[in-house]
Design a protein. Structure first.
Length: 441
């Protein structure tokens, strides 16, 4: 019988890991003559990797206290759909990737059904909601963490935790050349990105109509600044205006690239572009290009402005200077400020144990402040070189920890753990069923 694995991820970063893990699981079971059956929640990359998507990650990607409340009916509808699928298909093992608001509830259901739960990418319990450690002890068989300090945090609290390395630390630097990346970005079709009326009615210099398709000519000879507003529509719309205002202040001496997550739908992208068009200054707007590949954008950019999240780890590993920004609803921020127990917001700063990159959070997140902190990092000089050295140290720390393990990537280690867990299961012998009858179970 084919092994059955439930695999679930929400945000774009987790969905990326989920896709890599799905492929690794298929490879791991193949030499054993088995075809693994994968189903759960994820994005298009997970689906392409062979996961039967019961629920689309993009339909569940809501964050913040007040934001979640507004979408509760849809969230609960999709959650119930997942539970029905789990009960019907009874997986051998479940792998839950980050996304704690949904996954702790799923873990409870899985535990009730007797499905072992492997949690990959720890919720940041060391930062806030530390009382949830009880849920981890109760519902999670193994916690697989991607930052070295998390292993000791969990183990001292009675959780079977293991540091597997950071998946992003295993990735080589982008190999695409700057000129090729510019050419590829310039050929993105209108029906993929260019939906907004800003692009149809207010075409700035540099956008041309070629065979009925609008094409933006991203100039490989100019310096680029990457603007990363987040992966989910609410946070993108909350953060993007400040980034666009900063681009307007910095002006057309730079070009600006905005990577958008593959979990976004065309309708969501259209909405983002519509909003961006409304925010642009009517005269001489900055040259902005939407792109697919965030890592390549960070690699080829002179510097970046990055919304707090996994993208800050990507930016640190790439090594170009950046500034961290973030904004949520006032109520969400007020509650989080009372609950969060760490000295920094950006993961890069938490890994370093000090303020390596500037953090502009909530009221400090203004276009003027972005320009003030970003400008010293753009020319060659002490500020730029100092940050590059600090980022190299962070990158080396993550690589060093990963290198101390056997010759496997982080994803391969997770896959090996899942396979071992599946193989440890065996059908209950007939005597067990008889014994259960005897005691009235």
């Amino acid at each position: 019988m084919a092994p059955v694995v439930f695999i679930s991820a929400g945000e774009a970063s987790g969905e990326h890991y989920g896709a890599l893990l799905a492929s690794a699981l298929s490879r791991s079971f193949a030499p054993k003559g088995k075809t693994v059956e994968l189903f759960g929640m994820g994005g298009p990359r997970m689906q392409a990797a062979g996961v039967d998507r019961i629920v689309r990650a993009e339909d569940m990607a809501v964050m913040g206290f007040t934001e979640v409340v507004l979408h509760l009916p849809r969230i609960y509808r999709e959650f119930r759909k997942l539970k029905r699928a789990i009960r019907a298909r009874r997986p051998d093992v479940a792998v839950l990737i980050d996304f704690p608001e949904i996954h702790f509830r799923l873990a409870k259901e899985l535990r009730r059904l007797g499905v072992p739960v492997i949690y990959f990418v720890s919720p940041q319990l060391w930062a806030w909601k530390q009382h949830r450690i009880r849920l981890v002890r109760e519902y999670v068989r193994r916690m697989l963490v991607i930052f070295p300090f998390e292993e000791s945090y969990y183990r001292t609290r009675g959780v079977n935790a293991e540091f597997v390395g950071h998946p992003l630390a295993d990735l080589p630097l982008p190999s695409i050349s700057r000129r090729e990346y510019a050419r590829h970005a310039s050929q993105i079709r209108q029906d993929q990105w260019n939906h907004g009326p800003y692009y149809r009615a207010n075409l700035p210099e540099g956008i041309h109509s070629v065979d009925g398709q609008f094409r933006y000519e991203l100039d490989p000879n100019k310096e680029w600044i990457a603007l990363l507003p987040g992966s989910r529509v609410p946070e993108i719309l909350t953060n993007l205006k400040g980034l666009a205002d900063a681009a307007c202040l910095l002006g057309n001496q730079f070009e600006y690239v905005i990577p958008l997550a593959p979990t976004l739908t065309e309708k969501q992208i259209a909405n983002i572009q519509y909003e961006l068009g409304d925010w642009m200054l009517p005269e001489n707007p900055p040259r902005i290009t939407f792109v697919h590949d965030a890592r390549a954008a960070l690699f080829h950019a002179r510097a970046a402005v990055v919304a707090s999240g996994t993208a800050t780890v990507e930016a640190a590993l790439i090594g170009n200077p950046f500034v961290v920004v973030y904004r949520v609803s006032p109520l969400t921020y007020a509650i989080a400020k009372r609950l969060v127990k760490v000295p920094h917001v950006a993961m890069a700063n938490l890994i370093a144990g000090k303020r390596v990159v500037p953090e502009l959070i909530q009221r400090d997140f203004t276009a003027a402040n972005i320009v003030q902190h970003l400008s010293p990092l753009l020319p060659d000089g002490p500020a730029r070189e100092s940050m590059r050295r600090e980022l190299a140290a962070i990158r080396e720390a993550l690589h060093a920890h990963a290198a101390n393990r056997p010759a496997q990537s982080a994803i391969e280690r997770v896959a090996a753990i899942v396979v071992k867990e599946v193989e440890s299961l065996s059908p209950a012998p007939a005597a067990t069923a008889e014994s259960a009858q005897t005691v009235g179970l």
